[in-house]
Design a protein around this ligand. Structure first.
Ligand code: BES
Ligand code: MG
Ligand code: ZN
Length: 490
C-alpha cells in the first residue's frame, strides 16, 4: 500500500472518503475541495450518517473528482477519542478492499490537522494495520492492497509524518506476523534468525547466546525451562546505538515462549493451541527494535529476548527443583507452568548488569490471572518508579493501548518467600497472581527504574476482545506503538 498526501484532488479517484460527525450535516473538509458538491451532499445528509463507524456510499453529484463518495461516521463530537480516526480509517480501508479498489482518497478535515499532525498518523496506522492478514499458510491470498491519497492542506512535515507512521505500523505488522506463526514453524532458533535479519538490514548489533553458553554463564532460568525441548533455548540481544556514546540505553525485554504446554505441570487441553502466542512479548520487542532502527531514533535502545519452548519430557525441569537465576537468587520451582518469570528474571538481571540502563521495560503474556483481573482489552502494568509509570501512561493515552497499574508492596513480595530457596515461582494459591508474578521479576532488578507489562489479555484477540478493524484476528502487536511513542519523546 502506497500512501501519499495531496493538497487537492489531482486526478480522479475511485472512492472519495470524508468524515461526518453525528447529528451534523456536513462532510468535514469537503467545502474546501468543491463548494457545489459539498452543498449538494450536505443537503441530503441524514443525522444517522455520522454514527461512529457507519459507512454509506453515495453517487457523486459531479464526476470530475470521483464517481462515488464514501461518508464515514465519527460519532458525537464530544465522544471522539484518540482512537476514533484510527478506528474509522480501518473501517474505510476494509470497504476499499471489499470493493477491490486500486486506490482511494480520504479527505482530512482542516480542523483536525490544526489540532496536531497526529490524525494523519492515525489514518496511516488505522489503514495499514487493518490491511494486515495472516495468510502465509493459505492457498487463497488476500486481495492486493489499494493505495491511499490523503487530501490535506499541505505543510512541510506531512510526508515525514506519513513515513514515520508507516514505519510504526510496519513494526506492529512485523510483530504480528511473527507472533502468528505456529509453534512448529517458529522455534527459539527461528526467532533468533528474524532478529539477525532485521539487525543486518538496519545496522543493529545482534548476538545470540545458545544453550551451552547459557548454562555456562549462569542463566539458570532460561536453561531449566528450555531443557525439556529439543528446540534449544536462545537469548537474543539486539542493540540500536544511535545516541551519544556514554548515554545509558533503554532496555526492552520480551518473553518469547514459542509454545507453553505448562511442562510437567501440564496445562489442560482446552485452548492450549493459543499458547503459540506465549512468544508475543518477544515479538513486541522485535517490532519495536525494527521500527527504532528504521526511524533512526537518536537514542540507545537494547532489546533482549529470552526464548524457550516449555515442553514435558524426560529431560524437563520439575516441580521441586531448585535453580539458580542469573542475578544470583535461587528459586524453588513449584509449578513448571510458571515459566515466564524464570526466563524473564534471567534476562532482566542480564540487561541491568550488562547495560546499566536508564530504564528497563518488559513485556510478557505472564499470567492467566491478568485476564481475570482486567479482561482482554487492558494490559496490567507494575513498576518500581512513578516517573516512568507516568510517561508510560501518557504514551498509552496517545496510542489507545490501554494499561492499568497494579500495586506492588512488601506484602506481595513476602508472598513469594520459599522455605527452601530465596523465592518460589508461585504465590499463595491464586491470590493476586499477576502481582506475585511481577514480584518475582522485581527481585531480578536492583534500583533501575523498571516497568512490567502483563499482556496476557491483550496480545492476541480472544473471545471477549473488543473488535477493532485494525486488530484483525490473531496477534495484536500490543505495545509496539506505545513504546515507540514513549521513545520518540525521550
Ligand atoms: N503463558 C501463561 C499465562 C497465560 C495463560 C497467558 C493464558 C495467556 C492466557 C503462563 O506461563 C502461565 O502458565 N502462568 C500460570 C502461572 C501459575 C502456574 C502460577 C497461570 O497463569 O496459570
Ligand atoms: Mg506457563
Ligand atoms: Zn507462559
Amino acid at each position: 500500500m502506497k500512501i501519499n498526501a495531496e493538497s487537492s484532488i489531482k486526478k480522479k479517484t475511485e472512492l472519495l472518503c470524508g468524515f461526518v460527525l453525528e447529528n451534523s450535516n456536513k462532510v468535514l473538509g469537503l467545502t474546501k475541495i468543491d463548494k457545489k458538491i459539498a452543498l449538494s451532499i450536505n443537503q441530503s445528509l441524514k443525522d444517522m450518517e455520522g454514527k461512529l463507524g457507519k459507512l454509506s456510499i453515495i453517487p457523486s453529484p459531479r464526476d470530475r473528482y470521483t464517481n462515488r463518495i464514501l461518508l464515514a461516521g465519527l460519532g458525537k463530537k464530544e465522544n471522539i477519542t484518540n482512537d476514533t480516526i484510527r478506528y474509522v480509517s480501518g473501517k474505510i480501508v476494509q470497504k476499499a478492499l471489499e470493493l477491490k479498489l486500486k486506490e482511494f482518497s480520504i479527505i482530512l478535515p482542516p480542523s483536525f490537522v490544526n489540532e496536531s499532525v497526529s490524525s494523519i498518523s492515525q489514518i496511516v496506522e488505522g489503514t495499514k494495520m487493518a490491511l494486515y492478514k495472516f495468510d502465509k499458510f493459505k492457498a487463497e491470498k488476500a486481495e492486493k492492497n489499494p493505495d491511499l491519497t490523503i487530501i490535506v492542506s499541505k505543510s512541510n512535515n506531512i510526508s515525514k509524518t506519513i513515513r514515520t507512521a508507516e514505519i510504526i505500523a510496519d513494526g506492529v505488522i512485523f510483530a504480528k506476523s511473527i507472533a502468528n506463526l505456529p509453534p512448529n514453524e517458529c522455534t527459539p532458533t527461528t526467532l533468533a534468525s528474524f532478529a539477525k535479519i532485521i539487525s543486518k538490514k538496519n545496522k543493529m548489533k545482534c548476538h545470540v547466546i545458545s544453550k551451552f553458553e547459557l548454562k555456562k554463564k549462569g542463566f539458570g532460568g532460561i536453561s531449566a525451562v528450555g531443557q525439556g525441548s529439543k528446540n534449544e533455548p536462545k537469548l537474543i540481544v539486539l542493540e540500536h546505538n544511535n545516541g551519544s556514546r556514554n548515554e545509558k540505553p533503554i532496555v526492552l525485554v520480551g518473553k518469547a515462549v514459542t509454545f507453553d504446554t505448562g511442562g510437567i505441570s501440564l496445562k489442560p487441553g482446552d485452548k492450549m493451541d493459543e499458547m503459540k502466542f506465549d512468544k508475543c512479548g518477544g515479538c513486541t520487542v522485535l517490532g519495536i527494535m525494527k521500527a527504532v532502527s528504521e526511524l533512526k531514533l537518536p537514542i540507545n535502545v537494547v532489546g533482549i529476548i529470552p526464548s524457550v519452548e516449555n515442553m514435558p519430557s524426560g529431560e524437563s525441569y520439575r516441580p521441586g527443583d531448585i535453580i539458580k537465576l542469573y542475578g544470583g537468587n535461587t528459586a524453588e520451582i513449584l509449578n513448571t507452568d510458571a515459566e515466564g518469570r524464570l526466563i524473564l528474571a534471567d534476562a532482566l538481571s542480564y540487561g541491568e548488569r550488562q547495560y546499566s540502563p536508564k530504564a528497563i521495560i518488559d513485556f510478557a503474556t505472564l499470567t492467566g490471572a491478568c485476564i481475570v483481573a482486567l479482561g482482554t482489552n487492558v494490559a496490567a502494568i507494575v513498576s518500581n518508579n512513578e516517573k516512568l509509570t507516568k510517561k508510560i501512561n501518557d504514551a498509552s493515552k496517545n496510542t489507545s493501548e490501554d494499561v492499568w497499574e497494579l500495586p506492588l508492596n512488601q506484602d506481595y513480595m513476602d508472598m513469594i518467600k520459599s522455605d527452601v530457596a530465596d523465592m518460589k515461582n508461585v504465590g499463595i494459591g491464586r491470590a493476586a497472581g499477576t502481582i506475585t508474578a511481577a514480584a518475582f521479576l522485581r527481585k531480578a532488578v536492583n534500583n533501575t527504574p523498571w516497568i512490567h507489562f502483563d499482556i496476557a489479555g491483550v496480545a492476541w484477540t480472544q473471545t471477549a476482545t473488543k473488535e477493532k478493524p485494525y486488530n484483525p484476528k490473531g496477534a495484536t502487536g500490543f505495545g509496539v506503538r506505545l513504546i515507540l511513542d514513549y521513545l520518540q519523546k525521550l
